[in-house]
Design a protein around this ligand. Sequence first.
Ligand SMILES: Cc1cc2nc3c(=O)[nH]c(=O)nc-3n(C[C@H](O)[C@H](O)[C@H](O)COP(=O)(O)OP(=O)(O)OC[C@H]3O[C@@H](n4cnc5c(N)ncnc54)[C@H](O)[C@@H]3O)c2cc1C
Length: 511
Amino acid sequence: MKLLRNISIPVDKTLDIEKEICTKLQLGHQELVSCEIRRKSLDARRRNNLVWQYSALIEVKGEYPSHPDLLEFKEKLPYIEIDQKLNDKQPVIIGAGPAGLFAALALADKGFCPIIFDQGDTIIEREASIRNFWQKGILDTQSNVQNGEGGAGTFSDGKLTSRNQDFYTHKVLEYLVQFGASPDILINAHPHLGTDKLKLIVTAIREYLVDKGCEFHWKHKLEDITVENGGVRDITINGEKYSPEIVILAPGNAARELFRMLANKIPLQSKPFAVGFRIEHEQEFINYLFYGDKTNIDITGAAEYRIKAAIGNKSVFSFCMCPGGIVVNAASEKNGLVTNGMSWSKRKGKYANSAIVTPIDEKTFGSEPLAGMQYQEMIEKKCFKLTSSYLAPVQRAIDFIYKPKNKMPVPTTFLPGTITTDLNKIYESGITRTIGEALKYWNKRYKGFATKGVLIAPETRTSSPVRILRQPNMQSEGAENLYVIGEGAGYAGGIISSAAEGLKLVARFEY
Ligand SMILES: Cc1cc2nc3c(=O)[nH]c(=O)nc-3n(C[C@H](O)[C@H](O)[C@H](O)COP(=O)(O)OP(=O)(O)OC[C@H]3O[C@@H](n4cnc5c(N)ncnc54)[C@H](O)[C@@H]3O)c2cc1C
C-alpha cells in the first residue's frame, strides 16, 4: 500500500475518488486494486474556487507508478512502553476533563477501576448552573463552563485538531467514534463535534466507565496534598484524607486555587500564553470574505478562518474560531470576566467568532511561578469592574482603533449581555497597539474584518499560565507518585492533546 496525496476535487464536483486517482496516476481502471480515503481537507486559498484535498491509501496491480505525490505509508505506532507496575487497582484521578477522562478510559481498558474526583458537577447539573449564570448573572464558582463533567471542553466548539499527531491522538479520535462521534472525524483535517454531540459522548464515556467499576465523585474538590520524602503521603478532598498509591492530577488551566496550593509543595513555573479579545461577525459575512459569494456553504460547511499578522517583532493571530457559534461567558471566579467560543454540531448559527490574541510572557507579567495567572486574574477583574457586572465590555473593532470614545451599543451573542466601553483601557498600551495594528492590517487584507467586527473582552485563558514541572514520564518533579497531565499541567493545549496525555501516561502502567 502507498499513500497518494493531493487528490484535488472542486467542492461542487461529485466525488469519484477511484476515477480521480486513476487520472492522476495515469492508471487503467483495472490497475487500481483498492483505495481508502485517509484524509480530507478543504483548500480555501482561492475564494469561489474551493477544492477538497484528499489523501488515499492505494494498492495497484504490478509496479507502482512514479509520482511525487505517491509516498511510502507508515502506520502511526505506539511508542511508549510499560515501565511501572501498580499494586492498587484504584488509582485516583483529579479532574474529569479530557485528560482525566481519557486516563480513566485507558486505565479501565487495562483492568483498573480508577476513582475520579471533580469539583464540578455532572453535565445535567452543570447546564443548570450555566443557565443560571448566563441568564441571571449568578455564578457557581465550582461548576461552570470551565469545571465539571467533560471539563472545559464540554461547552465548546469541540474542534478536534492538534498540532502533534501520533498514535495517541489518533487513538483519542477512535475512542470518540466508539462513544458516538461520526467516523468522519478520523479523516477530516478539521474535525469538530459541537457541544450537543460532546455532551452525549462524554455521558456515554462516563456510563461505560461506571459499568467497568470506576467511581465518579462530583462536587469533590482536591483541597490539599501532603508531600513527604519526595512523594504524596495523602490528599484532602472535601475535608477527607485519602492515601492512594498514585494520584493523577488533570486539573485544567482554570484551577487557580489548586495552583496556589501546589506552589508551596512542588515546583511550578510560569509559562507564556496569549491575550486579547473575542471578535464576532455575522457568519454570512465570514462566508463571503473567506469562501466567496459563489461557494455553496451547504457543501463546504460554514466558513472557517485562521489569520495572523506580524506587527514589528510581535505576532497577532486568530485562535479557536467557532463558525456558526456564540461567544460564551466562561468565568469561573467571582467578579472576573472571561470569554470563549462555543458552537453546535451543525454550525448553523447566525454569527461566527474567534479569539484575536497576541502572546505575552514574563516580560509582561514577571517571573514568579504564579505571575502569569495573577496577570490573567487582574485583567479579568478589570473587565468586570468596567461594567460592574458579568456584562462584558464590548466595542466595534473599528472604534477600538479609530474612535475609542464611541459608546454606540452593538449586538453580540454574549450572555447575560454587554456594555459598550473603550477597550483600549484594558491592556498595556503595547498590547493594545499591537492588536489595533493587526486589525488595521486585516481590515485592508480582508475587507471589512474590523469594520464589521465586534470585540468582546477579555480573552485570557488561551492556554495554561502555569507549568507543573515534571519528568519525561509525567511524574511531578516534587513527588514521585504524583502524575501531572493535561492543559493545567502546562504541556498540552486543547481537547485532543490533553486527552492524548491521559492515554500516554497510562501506556506506562500495568496491574
Ligand atoms: C468554552 C470553551 C471552548 C473551547 N473550545 C475548544 C475547542 O473547540 N477545541 C479544543 O481543542 N479545545 C477547546 N477548548 C479548550 C479545551 O476545552 C481544553 O484545552 C481541555 O478541556 C483541557 O483538558 P483538561 O482535561 O486538561 O482540563 P479541563 O478540561 O479544564 O478539565 C479539568 C477538570 O479538573 C477539575 N478540577 C480542577 N481543579 C480541581 C480540584 N482542585 N479538585 C477537583 N477537580 C478539579 C475541573 O473542575 C475540570 O472539570 C475550549 C475551552 C473552553 C472553556
